[in-house]
Design a protein around this ligand. Structure first.
Ligand code: TYD
Length: 141
């Protein structure tokens, strides 16, 4: 995990956790505390056994999300239209803010990778920008 996020509308969200060795770790997020919004939706992605899997390739107009890798690792490309940053996501205790107007692409998943995403709104296809040129036009507005 990187220490510094260079792109806009992003950042690192640290979770509190208890190391209860030998009984596992307990990890906690709380809405409007370390998670900076009220959570209306969550989704997770598992079964990433295909080495060529890729996900994302879109931006959102308004949606706020935090992405966690609760197990394994993957690479997250973030692109705010000016700066691009590749981040190895391998720390289950830190999430990355995926704010609006941030193009993202996820690749290089470990086969044990499990991704958890928290969102501040329900699913709305109208909030997606799925074409990179349209994304570049949208952020200029
Ligand atoms: P998408 O967000 O494009 O996935 P990813 O960015 O991880 O590659 O979503 C894939 C499909 O799932 C798309 O057809 C919409 C649907 N979907 C929902 O119906 N509800 C949801 O909350 C999400 C995240 C996706």
């Amino acid at each position: 995990m990187t220490k510094k996020i260079k792109v806009k509308n992003s950042g690192i969200i640290k979770l509190q956790f208890f190391d209860d060795f030998p009984d596992g770790n307990l990890v906690i997020g709380e809405a409007k505390k370390n998670v900076p919004f009220n959570i209306k939706r969550f989704y997770y992605i598992n079964n990433l056994f295909n080495k060529k899997s890729h996900r994302g390739l879109h931006a959102h107009k308004k949606l706020e999300q935090i992405i966690f890798c609760v197990n394994g690792h993957f690479t997250l490309l973030l692109d705010d239209g000016e700066i691009k940053q590749n981040i190895l996501i391998d720390d289950p205790y830190s999430g990355i803010r995926l704010g609006p107007k941030l193009w993202h692409h996820m690749t290089k998943f470990s086969s044990d990778c499990v991704i958890l995403v928290l969102a501040d709104d329900y699913y709305k296809e109208s909030d997606y920008i799925r074409n990179y040129n349209k994304f570049l036009e949208y952020i200029k507005k």
